[in-house]
Design a protein around this ligand. Structure first.
Ligand code: SF4
Length: 230
């Protein structure tokens, strides 16, 4: 059992994950569709989940979350539909490019039939607007042993001492995480670390006194915990 398994057990005892906390998970469970799940993950970049939900609903209503419909839609309509999620120019381009790829018969099926994480990441990140974190959101939802590292996760793992303060390399950070967690706990760890970062381990003024990890965390109430690390 790794340190992050211990962390996860503690977090599960004290926090709940709600349906509305993670749009990509909700859409994946409802549809089992990798295209729709990736669209949800793109919409959730750099915004609150509530904004991503609004944008997804508008996109569904105004265009349809379907590769053919999105490919055929005018950029102006796409941008207007997803406006609540912010960065609508960049996100509409990413979604349209993804739709163009996904229209090709068998593109997603071929991609997903691979068990090679690096291969899938490489193909997904060749779509402008899909970075490795967004690719990993899809992968972890599909059951691959990866942990997407967003600003919350990066901040929390630094404060927990899993990675050094100066570490910025995504792959090295993920390797450290995977050394400290059972592989079948990756999905839950993804949810709970983000929820911890949103709820207690905030960027400025983390709530260490209330945090369920405060007896395990080397940064509790330290200057480090309040420092801008993300
Ligand atoms: S004790 Fe403080 S610094 Fe450590 S994980 Fe909790 S909120 Fe973050």
């Amino acid at each position: 059992m790794g340190f992050l398994d211990q962390v996860l057990t503690r977090l599960k005892e004290s926090m709940n994950i709600d349906e509305e906390d993670f749009i990509a998970r909700k859409i994946y469970l409802e549809t089992r569709d990798p295209f729709k799940t990736l669209v949800a993950a793109i919409l959730s970049q750099n915004t609150r989940e509530s904004n991503a939900f609004k944008a997804y609903e508008r996109l569904e209503k105004m265009v349809g979350v379907d590769p053919e419909k999105i490919y055929e839609a005018e950029y102006s309509i796409l941008e207007e539909a997803i406006r609540p999620a912010g960065l609508s120019l960049m996100k509409s381009r990413a979604i349209k490019f993804l739709a163009w790829r996904a229209r090709k018969k068998g593109w997603f099926e071929n991609l997903m039939s691979s068990n090679n994480i690096e291969d899938i990441r490489k193909k997904l990140t060749s779509v402008p607007g899909i970075g490795i974190k967004t690719a990993d959101v899809l992968l972890v939802n599909l059951g691959f042993p990866v942990v997407p590292i967003d600003t919350h996760v990066r901040r929390v793992i630094r404060r927990l001492g899993i990675v050094d303060d100066g570490e910025k390399n995504y792959i090295r950070m993920q390797k450290k995480i995977l050394e400290n967690i059972s592989l079948d706990n990756c999905l839950d760890l993804h949810f709970y670390l983000i929820k911890l970062g949103r709820t207690y381990c905030r960027d400025s003024k983390p709530l260490c006194d209330k945090c369920p990890l405060n007896d395990l965390c080397p940064s509790r109430n330290s200057e480090d915990s309040g420092r801008q690390v993300a």
